[in-house]
Design a protein around this ligand. Structure first.
Ligand code: ASP
Length: 327
């Protein structure tokens, strides 16, 4: 049997981070070339053929439209190429959930597409990147990994991009997954899926946009007024995600201003600034009357990605936006 051929798209991040000293804390994300990372991994003797393609060498805090376009194009080409079995994207952890979710929304769920990152720079003592990378190779090489949407491999777990969320600034175990638990447990030598693939043969959920509209996240705080809402409209926001208190709440004046946005054709989605949990319709906020949308299980960062994709595809009606968040 020939070894699986895996396209490795490098973007930088801590997994490719290089520091001045192995025991220091300062480092430069993306300081290490993708080829060097792959050489290190190949030396471990993996049963896969890794084909590198560098997209960027940045910290993922700088990830944006040009890199997303390049990643989407490279993944699309790989999905169409019968010689490629799977794709790994090395990525910073700060925005891995955003990139992963954007690709998940706009690519067919056929071959495995796996994001992988690290919390410690490649040359730091106790670096986690090589193990995460080896785990990602294990996942991307497995034919049973297809049909599950885009995934994130961190800390011996395989998470669905839709559910994954960075919840710690520096701990190795930095990601949580909600509302579903992990899809699988992985080590460099074992892979155990917890359920069969649920998206087999599914096409892209949305066309990849030709541009991303400005969608802003507004974090609610006690005692705030409606001025920030006015400011967002003033800079041309075409959608607003509220990172609300509790179940997506905000002071009455803010909700009234957001309702006015919705009435003027700027969709407003209520998410929660709380770490985890569902935001449902019409609990404390009367979404039906105010014309607002409830983010359900998506936190603010991912709600923003989905709303950008929806607005870019001309979906702005509150009912249609709610249906997308319900899905
Ligand atoms: N700031 C880094 C990045 O997102 C953090 C990391 O990769 O863990 O690129």
């Amino acid at each position: 049997m020939t070894a699986p051929r895996i396209l490795v798209l490098g973007t930088g991040g801590t997994i490719a981070g290089a520091g001045a000293a192995g025991t220091g804390s300062a480092y430069r994300p993306g300081g290490l070339a993708l080829e060097v990372l792959i050489d290190h991994l190949a030396a471990l003797g993996l049963a896969a053929q890794l084909v590198p393609q560098e997209i960027a060498r940045i910290g993922s805090q700088d990830m944006g439209w040009p890199q997303w376009q390049a990643l989407h194009a490279a993944c699309t080409a790989a999905l169409a190429d019968p010689a490629v079995d799977g794709v790994i994207v090395t990525h910073g952890t700060d925005t891995a959930e955003e990139t992963g979710f954007l690709l998940d929304l706009t690519l067919p769920a056929t071959k495995p597409i796996v994001l992988v990152g690290a919390m410690r720079a490649a040359d730091a003592v106790g670096a986690d990147g090589m193990r995460n990378f080896a785990n990602a190779v294990k996942v991307a090489s497995d034919p049973a990994a297809g049909g599950r949407g885009v995934m994130l491999v961190m800390g011996d777990a395989v998470l669905a991009a839709r559910d994954a969320r960075k919840a710690a600034t520096s701990a190795i175990d930095a990601f949580r997954t909600f509302p579903r638990g992990p899809l699988a447990r992985v080590t460099p030598s074992s892979l155990d899926w917890f359920a069969p693939p649920h998206r087999l043969g599914e096409g892209a959920r949305y066309p990849f946009p030709t541009e991303l509209p400005r969608v802003a996240i507004l974090t609610a705080g006690a005692g705030m007024d409606a001025k920030p809402v006015e400011a967002l409209l003033g800079i041309g926001a075409r959608g607003i995600v509220l990172a609300g208190m509790g179940q997506g709440n905000a002071p009455r004046v803010v909700l009234e201003a957001l309702a006015a946005c919705a009435a003027s054709g700027v969709p407003v989605v209520r998410a929660a600034r709380v770490d985890e949990g569902i935001v449902d319709r019409n609990v404390e906020v009367d979404d039906d009357t105010l014309g607002l949308v409830a983010a359900r299980a998506l936190g603010p960062a991912k709600a923003r990605m989905l709303l950008m994709v929806l607005v870019a595809n001309g979906i702005t009606d509150a009912g249609a936006v709610q249906a997308a968040f319900d899905g």
